[in-house]
Each structure stands twice: as structure tokens, then as C-alpha cells.
Design a protein around this ligand. Structure first.
Ligand SMILES: [Zn+2]
Length: 564
């Protein structure tokens, strides 16, 4: 069904609520597993309907924010969704209380129950008031960041508008753009420190109320991590220190040489080539045309997927007046349809939408028939494997977009994929320190952050910026404020995606088979189980990074980057 033909009607919350409650009561009363399965299917239908209407309202609001009808509908869902969440909590409790769990797991998989367990453990009525207070602080943080008006070259720019100057080939321009940007954060340094301090204290109080020692394990539970804990992520970070940091340092040294500088200053880090970072050679509609060809040629599965997306109007890519900024990928369950929203601007970002976001959408498309809404997307570290790996599976078509700069793009893509990993570890290790030491004052937090930067980016220098030297860099990292412990996910996924990269070099066909299988599993298994099913090494295995980093370093070494 075409997106424009999908009918929206506001769900009657009273009806949905009473039907859900009746079904949950019947589920609890049921005397056989079959009866329970029947009730679960009916409950999931109701949830799918509610979710589909919520998604339609939200998507249509984002593609035209001036449309008063969908604006009001979006607001309606914002007000009724806590009620829906409360009912879903009752549903999960009924599931966990089932005497037929073993049989239910045969049909629905065990992951549904594991998720229900961590969700139950990390939520309770006792913390609702503190959660609301935390949400208020999150809103305040977002509003402060959105309020940024950065004076630059006679204009007042938002943080996203100043973005394009941060990697300008002209050193004077990128230096003053970076200085202007960080002047905003430095000016609000105390506000950021205060907001975060209040959040940390609230989260710690909630954790203790639920019986945790501190917020660390509660954070893991709220990220739905069912098969690893802080000890595993620590071992993963140790591998990064040993095997990624040295490679990343050598890449920074090559970058310094390419740029012909005595020393890479913090404002040089985003510029990788003296001629500028790689850009596609055509406008947004040309990029979409090439994307069609790419997915047609990549595999029969991507061909079917991309045709489905185009034929059913499930790609809204071009920038238009009234459209919300940013991009996302979601799914409309009743239509079994993924949806990609973006704002193309003719830069390399557009190609990333077509590879990264389409990777998410392809996974959702492949797992659209799984039995519960919980499985449409996996937990976040697993979800990024699909998107980051699709960026590599599409390498053979990058010449369509970058033409004579294809080699430059590939070098840029693979080297930045490596360079990002130590940063994921810094953000993660920082948060462990913060929540293990919730009374540490803001100065101590910032000093600790700066210390971590010295460990993971030994050559980085902030000698020209006092605020960054004091350890303020993380104030801009919204995950730290809004989604605690959500960040190592990108590192875990990147290490899996890089394993796919090495497999693609040696056996493309087998790599694709494994990838497709992974996509078809959706969120029906936990992270480590999914990784195993895809024939990848778990990032928590002692030798995981060591076993693949050599191939990547060799490829990067083989490129004459000074010629790019
Ligand atoms: Zn993603």
C-alpha cells in the first residue's frame, strides 16, 4: 500500500485500553499455552494498530510541520503514550507470570521474556516522579543546545548551520568556526555541569529505590542489555586501548602529513584532505537515481526491498519548506512498511542516508513478519550492525556517487570508522566513572574526561582552547545527558561491521548470506546470540579486535593517501 493511501484514524484510547485489559486478564486466566498464544496475538494486533497510527501521525507531522491536523494528532499521542506504556507493563507482567513459559518461548522465542525481565527490574511506580523530573532536565538540556546562536562571519548560526565550516579546507575558517562553536559551550559551562549533576543524582536515587547499588546496572537494564554487563564492556574497551588506539594514532599522523601541518590542532581533526573531504558529484535527485541502481545490482533481496520502498512512497528524502530537520528510519507495522525520512543537501551525508539508514530499513523489511513488535528492531548495539555493515556492502557502487574520488571516499570511510571507536570508549568509560562516583563534583568529572582523552587520543591537544583543556568536550554529546550508557553500542556494532568488511574482501557471497540471515532475525535474539548467528566473533572475545584489525591496517597502508 502506498504511503499516501494509508488511512489514519485517531485510536480511541478508552477502547484500546479496555480491550487490552480484557485480553491481559484472559491471558492470566488461560489454562493452556495455546489459549495464551491466542491472547498474545490479539494483544500484539492492538499494539500494532496503536503503533501504526502513532507512526503515521508522527511521520506526516515531520514531513509537513505546518499541517495543523497531524500536529494535533502528534500531540494526542504524546499525551496518551504514558497510558499505553502502563498497559504494556501489565502485559509484560502477565507474560512473566505465565506457567507455560517454555511452550510460549518455542513459538515466540526467549528474547521477549528476557526483555520483559530487564524492563520489569528497571521500572517501578516508586520512580515515576523522579523520571518526570529527569525528563524535565533533558528537555532543558535540549532547549539550551537548540537555543545556540553562534556569531560567525556576520551571521548568527545554529549548531547545525555552523557544521559545514568546521572542516573547511581554509584553516583560518575552520579555526574561527570551531572557536565560535566552543565559545557557546564555554559560556554555558556551569549550566551544562549543573543539569548533568542533577540528572546523575536523580538517576542514582531511582536506582537505589529499585534496589540497585548505583545507576550502572540500571542503565544497562534500561538499554535492554540481556547478555552482557559492565565487566564485558570493560574488556571490550581494553581491546580498543590495545589494538585500535595505536592504529588511530598512526592515521592521525598520516592526516597531519597530508594536511602539511606541524601539529594537528583540535580544529584540524575533522578535515582529512587538503582539498576537502569527499563529496558526491551530483544533486540530490541524481543521488537517489544512483541509489536505485545500486540496490538493484547489489542483490535480489535489496532489489525487492528498494522497489518496495520506492513504489510505496516510503522514502521522503528531499529537503522542502515545512519539513522537520534531521533524519530517521522507522516502521509502520500494519503495512509492514519501513519508512526513511531525510533532508538531502547534496553532500556525502546523502549517500550515507542511502547506505546507513537504508541498512536499518532493509533489516526492518526483512524481519517484518516476526511475531512480536519487540522484534521489529533489535537492541541498539545490534541494530547498528545492519546499518554500518550496509555502508560497506555498498562499496562497489561508490564510484556511481564519487566518480574519480572513489578511492578518496573509501579511505575516508574506513579510516573514520576506525577513528571513531576510541571516542565511543571514552564516552562509555566516562559514564561508568560518573555513575560509580555520583557525588564527584563537576570539576572532578571534567578532569576525569580529559584524562580519558589522554588515554584514548594520546596526541590530541587543546593547547589553544582552555574550555576543552578543562574537560568540557562532552557537554555537546547529547547521549550522555539524554540516553545514559547508550554509546558503546556504536563501538560494538562498528567492530562487527568491520568484520563484515574483512569478510567482503575474502568471500563476498558468504558475507552477504550471513548479513541477510542477521537481518531476517531482527530483534528476536540478544546481541551476542545475533552476532553468533551471523558467524561473527563476539566483540567481548579477548581476540576479537586483534583478529581483524590487521586486514584493515593493511588495506589502509596500501593506499597512497598523499595522492588523494
Ligand atoms: Zn544508525
Amino acid at each position: 500500500m502506498k504511503f499516501s493511501e494509508m488511512t489514519y484514524e485517531r485510536p480511541n484510547m478508552g477502547d484500546i485500553s479496555s480491550q487490552m485489559k480484557e485480553r491481559i486478564a484472559a491471558l492470566s486466566r488461560a489454562e493452556t499455552a495455546d489459549e495464551q498464544l491466542e491472547q498474545i496475538a490479539a494483544i500484539n494486533n492492538l499494539r500494532n494498530h496503536f503503533m501504526s497510527m502513532a507512526e503515521l501521525a508522527s511521520i506526516r507531522n515531520s514531513i509537513d510541520t505546518r499541517d495543523e491536523f497531524y500536529k494535533a494528532e502528534k500531540e494526542y499521542f504524546d499525551t496518551v503514550s504514558p497510558e499505553m506504556e502502563a498497559i504494556e507493563t501489565e502485559f509484560r507482567e502477565a507474560l512473566l507470570a505465565s506457567p507455560f513459559r517454555a511452550e510460549l518461548e518455542k513459538h515466540l522465542g526467549a528474547q521477549l521474556f528476557k526483555l520483559a525481565e530487564v524492563q520489569k527490574r528497571s521500572f517501578g511506580n516508586a520512580i515515576v516522579a523522579d523520571m518526570q523530573e529527569t525528563n524535565r532536565l533533558v528537555t532543558e538540556y535540549n532547549a539550551l543546545v537548540a537555543s545556540a546562536k553562534i556569531p560567525f562571519e556576520g551571521k548568527n548560526l545554529t549548531l547545525s548551520q555552523i557544521g559545514r565550516y568546521l572542516n573547511a579546507p581554509d584553516r583560518h575558517v575552520r579555526r574561527s568556526a570551531n572557536e565560535a562553536r566552543y565559545a557557546f559551550f564555554a559560556k554555558h559551562e556551569e549550566d551544562f555541569d549543573r543539569l548533568y549533576d542533577e540528572m546523575v543524582k536523580l538517576r542514582t536515587r531511582m536506582a537505589r529505590q529499585l534496589g540497585y547499588d548505583n545507576y550502572v546496572q540500571m542503565g544497562y537494564d534500561r538499554m535492554n542489555r540481556t547478555d552482557y554487563g559492565p565487566a564485558e564492556t570493560r574488556r571490550f574497551r581494553d581491546q580498543i586501548k590495545r589494538h585500535i588506539v595505536p592504529l588511530a594514532e598512526s592515521l592521525r599522523e598520516r592526516q597531519r602529513q597530508r594536511l602539511g601541518l606541524d601539529k594537528l590542532q583540535y580544529y584540524d581533526l575533522a578535515l582529512h584532505f587538503p582539498t576537502g573531504n569527499p563529496e558526491p558529484k551530483g544533486d540530490p535527485s541524481w543521488i537517489v537515481e544512483n541509489g536505485r541502481r545500486m540496490y538493484r545490482e547489489l542483490s535480489p533481496e535489496t532489489d525487492a526491498f528498494f522497489k518496495f520502498m520506492v513504489d510505496n512512497e516510503l522514502l521522503d528524502l528531499q529537503s522542502r519548506d515545512g519539513k522537520r530537520v534531521g533524519g530517521y528510519c522507522t516502521i509502520i507495522p500494519s503495512a509492514k512498511a519501513p519508512f526513511i525520512f531525510a533532508n538531502f543537501n547534496g553532500t556525502a551525508h546523502d549517500v550515507t542516508v542511502l547506505t546507513h539508514e537504508a541498512g536499518h530499513a532493509f533489516q526492518a523489511f526483512e524481519s517484518r513478519n516476526l511475531p512480536c513488535p519487540e522484534y521489529y528492531f533489535p537492541t541498539s548495539e545490534a541494530a547498528e550492525i545492519h546499518s554500518m555493515s550496509m555502508e560497506f556492502f555498498t562499496w562497489d557502487w561508490m564510484n556511481l556517487f564519487f566518480e574519480e574520488d572513489t578511492e578518496k571516499f573509501k579511505f575516508y570511510h574506513l579510516s573514520t570508522s576506525v577513528l571513531m571507536i576510541p571516542y565511543f570508549a571514552v564516552v562509555d568509560e566516562f559514564q561508568h566513572f560518573v555513575y560509580e562516583n555520583p557525588t564527584a563534583p563537576p570539576q572532578e568529572r571534567k578532569a576525569y574526561w580529559r584524562e580519558l582523552e589522554r588515554t584514548y587520543f594520546p596526541s590530541r591537544t587543546y593547547e589553544e582552547n582552555e574550555y576543552l583543556e578543562r574537560g568540557g568536550y562532552w557537554h555537546q554529546q547529547l547521549h550522555i545527558f539524554n540516553y545514559p550508557f547508550y554509546y558503546i553500542d556504536y563501538g560494538l556494532a562498528q567492530v562487527c561491521a568491520l568484520q563484515f568488511w574483512t569478510k567482503i574482501q575474502s568471500n563476498k557471497e558468504q558475507a552477504w548470506k550471513d548479513y541477510l540471515h542477521l537481518c531476517q532475525l531482527g530483534g528476536s535474539r540478544s546481541f551476542v546470540e545475533l552476532v553468533q548467528a551471523a558467524n561473527l566473533r563476539s566483540p567481548f572475545d579477548e581476540n576479537c579486535i586483534e583478529s581483524m584489525i590487521g586486514d584493515i591496517a593493511n588495506w589502509l597502508d596500501s593506499v597512497d593517501d598523499n595522492a588523494l
